[in-house]
Design a protein around this ligand. Structure first.
Ligand code: NAP
Length: 412
């Protein structure tokens, strides 16, 4: 804990918390401004570990973010960097960080926690926000013209007194890590946005280069925003689980992970629409409903979902659309992606346990066709038990996958 030696005797210490993915001049100017304006003796940069709100976001490796922060701060004698969050196992919460620091510094040391205003506006969702503001003062750094009412609203909801926060405008904060990542991704210059040493580091390790997820990140953000409105919280969580399980299966079976993620996210997009609206929308999209669908409106959602995925979410990849379309009934001769989403829907981690779930999951990671035969058989039996009419596509699919298995066994 060498970096913490320098803070032991501080009377005023600032802690700069952030993902720093990557660190840029906006962060450095903000830290220097706080140091001067509030007269703090040291600024301790703490790259975040695994904050709970970033579980679904791709972030560059901890070590990269730590090393870039070290490079960026090396020439400022008042700046230090700590590994405490990236080395702490499990989820990282700011309250734990500040409590740990309190044991390292003088009892009368005033601690300021600096972070971006947008991050601070979410304080109600942090762990123990009231205890946090008793242990430190929050310095929310904003770009000029930032609408502070967003934060005040959050403070009222979290029952946190306004005067626990200090606001500081920092014009350099028009620079953003997201913009830098996007620029690197498309080969644009990032000179003058971050220190040369960090720019060289990004080049050397090929960070933020074209990646399937990075390319689709804005699209995925957009999709999530819409889904948030369209789905119940429980269903929203389920779709995230299916997207992630689909990616895990795609990795194992050599399918396109980006498509798996998209199809998983969108598979239930039409599920929470009322029956009346579903029927109106089917009219609008010219979707013809067979007898089973007319009598079991719940079965409409995958077919309607594919139409919405194309129309509302701008997806034009037929394989992704078919994975949405056949995720409930299945069909004979499904593509790898279709099978992946169909199966992930059964055993994504948020699903309630049912008998046969473990066996199905084990099969899915071993052989998708075997898992399909198992899952279809399971579903058809379950629905028959509920006296539901089985859709012909499911019957045909079960026959197809059973035959497939027999052929495979004969060929061994
Ligand atoms: P974020 O959501 O990635 O960032 C939100 C906005 O704030 C972005 O515009 C970001 O700009 C800016 N920002 C973040 N940190 C900044 C800083 N130190 N100085 C200036 N601007 C900053 O936020 P985050 O980085 O994940 O989280 C910020 C801090 O809050 C971290 O220390 C994190 O651990 C803590 N946090 C704690 C909890 C909890 O305890 N439960 C929950 C959430 C966040 P850039 O993208 O350009 O940086």
């Amino acid at each position: 804990m060498k970096s913490l030696d320098n803070i032991k005797n501080c009377k005023k210490l600032a802690v700069m918390g952030g993902t720093f993915d990557p660190i840029h001049y906006g962060h450095l100017v903000a830290a220097e401004t706080v140091r001067e304006e509030l007269g703090v003796e040291r600024v301790l940069f703490i790259p975040s570990g695994r904050p709970p709100h970033k579980q679904k976001t791709r972030v560059a490796g901890d070590e990269h973010r730590y090393l870039m922060t070290v490079l960026a701060t090396a020439n400022n004698p008042y700046f230090e960097v700590s590994r405490m969050e990236i080395d702490r196992p499990g989820m990282t919460y700011t309250i734990d960080t500040i409590r740990a620091l309190r044991t390292q510094c003088a009892p009368d040391c005033e601690i300021y926690f600096i972070t971006g205003a947008d991050a601070a506006a979410e304080i109600i969702s942090w762990k123990d926000p009231q205890a946090l503001v008793r242990l430190c003062r929050i310095v929310a750094v904003t770009r000029p013209g930032y609408d502070k009412s967003k934060i005040f609203y959050g403070l009222i909801k979290a029952q946190i007194p306004h005067d626990s926060f200090t606001f500081l405008e920092v014009p350099a904060l028009s620079i953003s890590s997201t913009d830098i990542r996007n620029r690197v991704g498309v080969g644009k210059s990032v000179r003058y946005l971050l220190p040369d040493s960090v720019e060289q580091y990004i080049k050397k390790f090929g960070l933020y280069q074209y990646q399937p997820y990075e390319e689709t990140e804005p699209l995925i953000d957009e999709i999530n925003k819409k889904l948030h409105y369209m789905l119940s919280p429980k269903r929203f969580t389920h779709t995230q689980g299916v997207a992630e399980e689909s990616v895990r299966l795609a990795k194992v079976h050599g399918a396109d992970e980006k498509k798996a993620y998209l199809a998983g996210l969108l598979h239930d997009c039409a599920k929470d629409i009322s029956n009346k609206e579903k029927l109106d929308m089917c009219d609008k999209y010219g979707l013809e409903l067979d007898e089973v669908l007319v009598n079991q409106t719940d079965l409409i959602h995958p077919f309607l979902g594919a139409e919405l995925a194309r129309d509302m979410f701008g997806i034009d990849d037929e394989d992704v659309l078919n994975a949405v379309r056949y995720h409930t009934t299945g069909r004979p001769g499904m593509s790898t992606l279709e099978k992946i989403v169909y199966l992930a829907d059964f055993f994504e981690p948020n699903r309630h346990y049912f008998e046969g779930m473990d066996e199905m999951k084990k099969l899915a990671y071993k052989d998708l066709d075997e898992a399909m035969a198992f899952a279809l058989d399971h579903t058809i039996k379950y629905n028959k038990g509920k006296k539901r009419v089985i859709h012909p596509l499911s019957r045909d699919a079960l026959e197809y996958y059973k035959d497939h298995l027999i052929v495979n066994v004969k060929n061994i």
